[in-house]
Write a protein that binds this ligand. Structure first.
Ligand code: ZN
Ligand code: FE
Length: 256
């Protein structure tokens, strides 16, 4: 298991830039490219050279910086095969359950359609680190722009099946809004309440709320809690399928 340094920093308004660096090999990857100069500054500050770019999906707030970073560092750009026509400078395209190597670590690619049809996440299987893009957020999930609620449900199910101690890095800092929504769904969930307080404090002090981990998400993220009887009771939908519960929660969030 490699001992990586991970650097996270806000880009644009509420996007996260994330670098993962192996001190021993000098390999450094950026997850997405929200903002070339913010990423470049972070690289300089840490005295790192970018060798890899892992792209999760085609949206501009994840791809705008690719061109500049590719030209400056000549890094290998990896991204979803299904969005290859919408993402510039791709060197390697990947599909569901394909593995790529980063500094000796097997990185599993998982397709998570919903937010966009070709969205992928990157799971460092040995280290249990997930780079989730806009699929899952702290107590939230991505807006379903291109896919169906059923597709997003299946994608969240895949994330739910990862090891409990998976660290999760996300594409955006939406924690405060998500916490308010989570409380509205489960007003009596003490863990959500405690998390909300922690998020309010961190937000005031300008501290990142991410990364999160799967264990706490399973207990507090409404989009992973479609199979909890307590949630079903609150929604007064005790006998419907998980999919329908998920879709109901997604609709409520859209109108929140
Ligand atoms: Zn997006
Ligand atoms: Fe985004």
């Amino acid at each position: 298991m490699n001992n990586y340094d991970i650097f996270q920093f806000i880009c644009r308004e509420d996007n996260y830039g994330v670098l993962i660096a192996d001190n021993n090999t000098g390999l450094t990857a950026s997850i997405d490219a929200p903002d070339a100069s913010a990423i470049d500054n972070e690289l300089k500050k840490r005295d790192l050279k970018l060798t890899h770019l892992f792209i999760t999906h085609k949206h501009a707030d994840h791809t705008d910086g690719i061109d500049f970073l590719k030209k400056k560092y000549g890094c290998t750009v990896i991204g979803p095969d299904k969005e290859k026509n919408d993402i510039p400078c791709l060197d390697v395209t990947v599909i569901d359950e394909e593995y790529i190597d980063f500094s000796g670590s097997p990185v599993r690619v998982i397709e998570t359609p919903g937010h966009t049809l070709g969205h992928i996440v990157y799971f460092f299987e040995r280290e249990n680190i997930l780079f989730a893009g806009d699929t899952i957020f702290l107590m939230g999930c991505g807006r379903v722009f291109e896919g169906t609620h059923d597709q997003m449900f299946e994608s969240m199910k895949k994330i739910k099946s990862l090891p409990n101690d998976t660290s999760i890095y996300c594409g955006h800092e939406y924690s405060l809004q998500n916490a308010k929504f989570a409380i509205s769904i489960e007003p009596d969930n003490k863990l959500i309440e405690a998390r909300m307080k922690d998020i309010e404090r961190k937000t005031l002090q300008n501290i990142d709320c991410l990364p999160t981990n799967l264990e706490i998400e399973l207990k507090t993220n409404p989009f992973l809690r479609y199979d909890e009887m307590s949630v079903r009771k609150i929604l007064e939908m005790e006998k419907v399928s998980d999919k329908i519960i998920f879709s109901e929660i997604r609709k409520r969030k859209d109108n929140f």
